[in-house]
Design a protein around this ligand. Structure first.
Ligand SMILES: N[C@@H](CCC[C@H](N)C(=O)O)C(=O)O
Length: 286
């Protein structure tokens, strides 16, 4: 094992890590309130521990840390499984809120700090509701040309960037083929974007079907909270759905989004699962 990894393993070998899942979007979480694990080490841990088959496997890794403001109970650093740091993660937010409540660290409702801003969380057993940061940079009716085809799409930032494309039959949506092309499309440079495919249900303004190609996972995930929120918000702005929408995710679980347009607020609610806690073995980071 190289010296850097050896030093990192010595730092974390006696620490408990936690694994939680929010509608199939799963995360490894460390309590890093002493900030022993640096950001650079968080990036390494995400890339090593999120690997399926060779390690724990997850869509992202989260370090919980002290807040920089008294209006927050804690802060976090969020890393995608490719090691890239993201400003926000809706399902990750639901998982950390469930964890800190279960561990008795904080009693919800509370706020916590992310790079996108303060996130409000309410925990009721396995069900967690979070308020995202206000949606920004809304762009409707974009024509996105790729070397494969052109697409009518919409864009909004719900803490992280999201493109939304309406698709007739979600089962047949080329999520990874087209997702990849749009995720890196020049109009979204340099940060890139997540890409959501959304199917409307005839005559039902309370229900959508969604699949998401996720930036930083560089694949389709089973659910994406900020993606569901972006898709519901854009559908609402286009007059296609009501203020409360249930979204059927790839995992088969339902995420519910509430749009408080007057406050420019989006609430995301769904179930969470607390699936594991334990210590890391050295081979998990080799
Ligand atoms: N799955 C997350 C999104 C996490 C961040 C995303 N991968 C990005 O880098 O933009 C969610 O539930 O919002």
């Amino acid at each position: 094992m190289d010296e850097k990894l050896d030093r990192l393993f010595k730092k974390i070998k006696d620490q408990t890590f936690y694994k939680l899942s929010a509608s199939g979007n799963d995360f490894i979480i460390f309590l890093n309130f002493d900030e022993k694990i640096t950001s650079e080490e968080g990036k390494i841990l995400a890339k090593k521990l999120c690997r399926p088959k060779f390690s724990i496997s997850a869509d992202g890794l989260i370090l919980l840390e002290k807040p920089s403001t008294s209006s927050a109970s804690f802060s976090w650093k969020f890393f995608n499984s490719d090691g890239s740091e993201a400003e926000m993660c809706g399902n990750g937010a639901r998982c950390v809120a469930r964890l800190v409540e279960e561990l008795g660290l904080f009693k919800s409702p509370f706020y916590f700090e992310t790079k996108a801003g303060l996130i409000y969380a309410e925990v009721k057993g396995e069900r967690v509701k979070v308020a995202l940061t206000s949606p920004k940079d809304l762009k409707l009716n974009l024509v996105i040309r790729t070397d494969y085809d052109w697409f009518m799409a919409h864009f909004v930032n719900t803490g992280v960037p999201h493109v939304v494309i309406f698709w007739d039959d979600i089962e047949s949506a080329p999520v990874e083929k087209i997702g990849l092309k749009i995720r890196y499309h020049e109009i979204f440079k340099p940060a890139g974007t997540n890409v959501n495919f959304v199917e409307l249900v005839e005559g039902d303004k309370k229900y959508l079907k969604i699949r998401t190609y996720e930036r930083g996972v560089e694949a389709e995930t089973l659910a994406c909270g900020t993606g569901a929120s972006a898709s519901a918000y854009i559908s609402y702005k286009l007059g296609l759905v009501d203020k409360k929408v249930d979204l059927l995710t790839k995992s088969g679980e339902i995420l519910t989004v509430y749009i408080e347009d007057e406050e420019n607020k989006i609430y995301l609610e769904g179930d969470t699962r607390f699936v594991f806690e334990g210590k890391i073995k050295k081979e998990a980071i080799l």
